[in-house]
Design a protein around this ligand. Sequence first.
Ligand SMILES: [Zn+2]
Length: 196
Amino acid sequence: MNNNANILIKRSKRKSISLSILPNRQIQVKAPFNVSKTMILDFVKTKQRWIQKQLSLQKQRSDFEKSFDFENYYYIYGKQYKKDKIIDYKTLALNELPKLIELTKEQIGYHYNKIVIKSSKRLWGSYSSKKVIMLNFKCIILPKDIIQYIIIHELCHSKQMNHSPKFWNLVEKFCPNYKDTKCQLSNFAFLLKKDI
Ligand SMILES: [Zn+2]
């Protein structure tokens, strides 16, 4: 396969070569000034498998995004409903998500001081050192098992304020297939930036 035409080379004072796939499916290589074009192309060649994987992942995610029709439908707990009455996601989330958090807290026995349900373009949830658990109101759109994973993830931060192997072991204890769920959640990343 010849990707050369689709490679964007950006040179800077950096020390190493990095590879990324842009949203327009173009391959971007960031390289130091002293690395020749041939070396860059050779480097890209060795990364073909990774590139193909990223491109197909990107395609899968954009197909997934296209399967939603926010003009005509509502999506609640991963289910689709015809838009025949007015539903405000934020109000719904404020009513629903605290109940789920409380339930999960009781199941796993980890604590928080306060719940905040708000809008974020970057995060599905967070847990602060003041034990404030935050959930993005858009979580209400996700399937329940994914929301459950996000809540478990955040509550596990009450024991481990990091993403160390110890932290993931805790998550796994309460959510044995968290790796799959995390993968599914990454398909919903488009929702974070979307105005709904
Ligand atoms: Zn985390």
